[in-house]
Design a protein around this ligand. Structure first.
Ligand SMILES: [Zn+2]
Length: 1031
């Protein structure tokens, strides 16, 4: 009481005593009295206390009490509460705190209180009151408050859903957004980006739960973040902030079903014995139901989804076969020898038939003795005349009853109109010289016979007219870095400003008649032709379209292949196209691949080329959700958008766009027909037979090529002793690259090239160039009409559901049964997520090594001849890359052609050869995309590589050695170290696991790397903290 003067009030005495006391009990008593005094009255009492030096007294007390260590919260808590009560009414409180020197003490207290949230809150309130003074706020900043605050925030970044929920319930998201907006607007120099980021991180974490997302949307968060992100500009320092904002927006974007009534294919096919053979990929749920479910049960972190996108089975050694009995070829026929006799007819070279000379004047022989088509052949007008412009339109309009119209393309009529009358006719004569092994007239004939589930009635112009590879090779586009975000922003803009969106359906394959736009500003789309795939086109903005692909027939999956016609464009304007229902988690479209386009205008000017087109090509996850039959719709995944921009050269052109260079079934039949016409029967023994009829009623051709024998007895013996090479292709219809490769093989084998001659002398080639004609015809990507992947049926193919596989296996079994097990079997495929051309084979030892099996491989014998062909191809085929090959046997692939032919038929050299849809990152074609010419070259070089197998027993001419010397250079040694072929787990064409693209090596700058952020956060060190620590 010494400091109290005579006229001091009781309050002043109390305050004076308080601030000079170091005794906890005394202090506590005075605090209680003060609290009671203030609780009873109104705000006036507080003001009065302030006027008597209350603030200063409390701050001094705070300093005194924080000097006690460890902190005594029994006194500190009431003190802090009183400070809050008073400080809120004192406008100069912050300033006073600074003058008295209480700031550091308060921060220290906060630091000590960090582990105990209940003590943290009052400290924060006090600091908040300090910060109402701008000067004090700055001082707090200098004293390192932000670092402390970040530490505080981090517990919320883990999965503390309770805390997050509290944050949502208390409306923090709204406040955070306001705060963020405030910082963004006032921090015009963007000097405090770590604060922007911190706020965004808070928002991001709160939006991990559904309620948080909802609150974010209600608070107009999308608009706030979008406009801020767009305003940030392109300064590199701001990119992390924009990225974070983008992640939040993408995460919060409401999930939607595709704008379709059902995702099931719009065409269906009634299977034989339909009742008991329902296709597998079937779910009765509509997307809407699934979304409702999701909203109900899902209260968990969306980042789960993001994590799941990481490659699941990279180096999935668990999948490797380690059972020795299954790792050794164990040939045994699964059919009776009697039954196999039916395949005798497919080996006419082994009977006396060949003496009639190789050529069969009646063209394709055979017929479908095995699977007589249940489809009655319709009576058709098979016009043998070249189509003329005038008649074409009329034909289309006179579709009546049972009659099938002339197979004249709608495109044909449109295309011709704009180019003057009869231009097409004149050019069609010109072009016969231009495109080798193609003829529009023959094509029309072949197309007449082709059966489709959708019963299309027009031809696509490029297939009709033919394609020639341009003379130049097209480079990989590199990465369109920086603009993916702009595309995503444009997508989000639709949600923020729905009024600007046209949302006009301009094409819909589901509605009959097909909707096509009639006005001038919209593009016109069309896909109702062979291999066509486009289900719906929606105009979004004046020059932007959303496109939806059709699922494979009898499924609701496999969206990848597209092929459609478009017209009505204006030259010089960039059109943006978004294919919004892609399924794969990544794509070579992110790494330099472009789709292909064919311009009718250009073709009629003598440039009939499919060329790579498109700029600003990106592939990213979108907000459309798909429900997966495999998960019974419980947790749906997202679709992906492939976006690209095309600026057309000519107005009112008719163009065709495709995923990859189309190659239809009718093209194949045309090609085979013309090959047969071109051959010299004295030199080439060529047979075109029908393996069987497909479910859809198309003939599956099987080709035999070898050298015609001479008449001498010795020559005949040599002929019969030739070894077999069996090649198949295009089991996956979307892999049109495989068809171009087999085209190269066929043409090379028929050619006068000395190597081809030697090959014919040495081998009998059995080629089934299209294992899945129905899939190709109907524009499927992966399946047959049964809705199944035919390359998973080889273990037990069913004659009624998988006839082409059943009979190909039958033919191979037959060859084995007569002691003619093929020397080589290869199935040609296409690969959408890797570059180059490479092979998969089967090796016992490499598989055991990779699986780190305890089996002693030293005692096991293995013929390493399986490496010969890929090693030779590595030297002679520019696109081929040995180091991408893999010879591991995976359990999940045991029903594929490669493994079954190796294991059951006993073919040591049994391969899958994969050709990229994209280009090469090694060798002569490094940096280039593959065109059809390069693909055909792959097919030719594959054959050349077979020569190596004849090295010992074959006396070759010196000329041949010099021509393809490399064939003979490579050695046959075992890989001397145990270095096993690099495997990324995807030992087959299209592995079930997600992508294997290496983001680092492919320099992907724009990927959504939430997972990395998440990892950093979970490890407890955020980037911000690191930055602050440096300061
Ligand atoms: Zn494939």
């Amino acid at each position: 009481m010494t400091s109290a003067s005579g006229n001091a009030t009781g309050l002043e005495i109390l305050l004076s005593t308080l601030q000079s006391s170091y005794d906890v009990q005394n202090t506590l008593s005075i605090l209680q009295i003060l609290d009671e005094l203030l609780s009873a009255g109104t705000v006036k009492r507080i003001r009065y206390m302030i006027s008597k030096g209350g603030s200063e007294a409390l701050l001094h007390t705070l300093i005194n009490m924080t000097r006690i260590f460890p902190p005594n919260y029994d006194v500190l808590l009431p003190l802090l509460h009183l400070i809050i009560k008073v400080g809120q009414r004192d406008k100069r409180f912050g300033q006073k705190a600074q003058e008295i020197g209480a700031i550091n003490e308060t921060l220290n207290l906060l630091k000590h209180s960090l582990p105990q949230p209940k003590y943290v809150t009052p400290c924060l309130w006090v600091l908040k009151i300090y910060a109402t003074s701008v000067v004090t706020g700055a001082a707090l900043g200098k004293s390192g408050i932000t670092r402390l605050l970040f530490k505080l925030i981090s517990p919320y970044t883990t999965r503390n859903t309770k805390a997050v929920r509290r944050a949502v319930d208390n409306g923090y998201i709204h406040r955070l957004l306001k705060l963020y907006q405030d910082w963004h607007q006032r921090d015009t120099q963007n000097r405090f980006t770590s604060i922007h980021k911190a706020l965004l991180n808070c928002i991001k974490n709160i939006t991990n739960i559904q309620a948080g997302k909802k609150a974010f949307l209600q608070a107009d968060g999308m608009r706030v973040l979008l406009s801020a992100s767009q305003a940030y500009g392109s300064s590199p320092g701001l990119q992390p902030v924009i990225k974070l904002a983008t992640q939040v927006m993408r995460k919060c974007h409401p999930k939607q079903p595709l704008p379709l009534l059902t995702v099931r294919s719009c065409y269906s096919f009634l299977l034989p014995n339909a009742a008991d053979s329902q296709p597998l990929a079937c779910s009765s749920m509509f997307p809407q139901d699934v979304i409702a479910m999701k909203e109900d049960d899902e209260e968990q972190d969306d980042e789960d989804n993001i994590e799941n996108e990481e490659p699941v089975c990279n180096e999935d050694d668990d999948d490797l076969e380690t059972d020795l009995t299954r790792l050794r070829p164990n040939p045994q026929l699964d059919r009776a020898v009697e039954e196999l006799k039916q395949y005798e007819r497919l080996c006419p070279e082994l009977t006396g038939y060949f003496q009639d000379s190789g050529r069969n004047p009646n063209g394709p022989s055979g017929g479908c003795i095995l699977n007589p088509s249940k489809h009655k052949t319709k009576k058709m007008h098979l016009s043998m005349q070249r189509p003329s412009v005038d008649s074409s339109k009329a034909c289309i309009q006179t579709v009546t009853g049972e009659e099938r119209p002339h197979f004249l393309s709608q495109s044909w009529s449109i295309d011709s109109e704009q180019n003057g009358q009869h231009a097409g006719y004149k050019l069609s004569q010109m072009r016969r010289e231009m495109v080798p092994f193609h003829d529009p007239h023959v094509y029309t004939m072949m197309a007449e016979k082709t059966r489709s589930a959708s019963d299309y009635k027009s031809l696509a112009f490029p297939d009709y007219w033919g394609h020639i590879s341009p003379v130049y090779q097209e480079p990989l586009t590199g990465q369109w870095s920086g603009h993916q975000r702009d595309k995503i922003f444009e997508d989000i803009q639709r949600l923020v400003s729905p009024g600007d969106i046209l949302n006009k359906v301009v094409f819909d394959a589901d509605s009959l008649p097909l909707v096509t736009s009639e006005d001038d500003i919209s593009l016109k789309f069309y896909s109702h032709f062979e291999s066509g795939n486009l289900r719906k086109a929606i105009q979004i903005r004046k020059y932007e379209y959303d496109l939806i692909m059709n699922a494979d027939i009898n499924t609701e999956l496999q969206h990848q292949w597209f092929y459609f016609k478009l017209s009505g464009m204006r030259a010089g304007i960039p059109y943006r196209f978004n294919i919004i229902n892609c399924e794969k988690t990544n794509s070579q479209f992110n790494y330099g691949m472009q789709p292909v386009m064919y311009s009718v205008h250009e073709a009629l000017c003598g440039r009939p080329h499919w060329i790579r087109v498109g700029s600003d090509i990106y592939y990213y996850k979108n907000h459309y959700c798909r429900y997966n039959a495999a998960t019974r719709g419980k947790k749906e995944a997202s679709y992906y958008t492939l976006t690209f921009t095309i600026t057309f050269l000519h107005s009112k052109d008719v163009c065709y766009l495709a995923y990859h260079y189309p190659y239809t079934y009718s093209t194949l039949m045309t090609h085979l027909h013309l090959l047969e016409e071109s051959l010299n029967p004295d030199q080439v023994y060529f047979r075109h037979q029908t393996l069987c009829s497909t479910l859809g009623g198309n003939r599956c051709p099987v080709i035999t090529i070898t050298a015609s024998p001479g008449a001498q007895c010795e020559q005949l013996r040599q002929f019969w002793n030739r070894q077999y090479v069996v090649l198949t292709a295009r089991v996956h219809p979307g892999e049109s690259n495989a068809s171009w490769v087999i085209k190269g093989t066929l043409e090379f084998l028929m050619s006068n090239d000395p190597i081809a001659r030697s090959l014919r002398d040495s081998y009998i080639f059995k080629i089934i160039p299209m294992l899945n004609p129905d899939g190709v015809v109907n524009g499927c990507h992966r399946c047959s009409l049964s809705g199944e992947d035919l390359n998973r049926q080889w273990s037990d193919p069913k004659p009624d559901l998988h006839p082409t596989i059943y009979h190909t296996k039958g033919l191979l079994s037959y060859l084995r049964s007569i002691g003619k097990t093929p020397l080589v079997y290869c199935d040609y495929h296409g690969h959408s997520r890797k570059k180059n051309v490479f092979m998969y084979g089967c090796s016992l030892k490499e598989t055991l090594w990779q699986a780190r099996s305890s089996i002693d491989t030293a005692t096991l014998k293995e013929d390493i001849g399986y490496r010969t062909i890929p090693k030779v191809l590595d030297k002679i085929s520019p696109a081929f890359a040995m180091n991408r090959c893999c010879f591991l046997v995976q359990k999940s692939r045991e029903a594929t052609a490669r493994v079954v032919v190796w294991r059951e038929i006993g073919v040591l050299r049994s391969y899958t050869m994969e050709s990229t849809y994209c280009g090469c990152d090694q060798g002569k074609y490094n940096g280039l995309q593959l065109g059809t010419q390069e693909l055909e070259e792959v097919g030719a070089k594959f054959c050349a590589g077979l020569l190596k197998l004849k090295k010992e027993e074959w006396s070759c001419s010196k000329q041949l050695i010099t021509e393809d010397g490399a064939v003979f250079d490579s050695d046959n040694e075992l890989p001397n170290d145990r270095r096993v072929t690099p495997s990324d787990g995807s030992v087959d064409d299209e592995p079930p696991c997600s992508e294997e693209i290496d983001y680092d090596t492919d320099n992907c700058t724009e990927e959504d790397d939430d997972s990395i952020d998440l990892a950093a956060e979970l490890s407890g060190t955020s980037e911000d903290e690191l930055e602050l620590d440096k300061n």
